[in-house]
Write a protein that binds this ligand. Sequence first.
Ligand code: SF4
Ligand code: SF4
Length: 153
Amino acid sequence: MNLFEYLEFQYRKWRLKRKRQTVVIRGSCNMCGSCCRSICLHVGGKWLKNNKQFLKAIEEDGLLSRFEICGKTEEGYLKFSCTSLTDNGTCSDYENRPQLCRNFPNPSIFIQFGELPAGCGFRMSTEIDFEKILQDAMHDEGKIKSGHIPEGK
Ligand code: SF4
Ligand code: SF4
């Protein structure tokens, strides 16, 4: 991650926190296969950037050997295509798919990249995190008394 990406990443995190927002994911998979044809891999808390990291990741999780490097993002992250993807956009090894496939799409994608693959049936948006606001308010009696949350609610 270069300095610019790092600052952008930190800015997205800071903006979410400051606005008390959370990333919300809605929609459903339309089986376009985009994420399986061009996916960045987040392994061990970081996005893979080189072959050495990829080989190490395979050593630790053999399920990742199905991926093949197919390019790089503008930010320098490796892009992979998956050999388990069938011609009709379904996964030929759905039951054994890696954890990162089960987690897709994950809110960390918003913080890191800001968007989902083109054509994806899911969409990401940022919304007020009411749960967080409520939690904060419940721990801050002063807020209740000053009218942020009506007493009795
Ligand atoms: S394992 Fe299946 S779900 Fe995961 S990237 Fe490959 S084809 Fe897609
Ligand atoms: S990009 Fe989105 S809609 Fe397309 S296969 Fe992946 S999760 Fe499904």
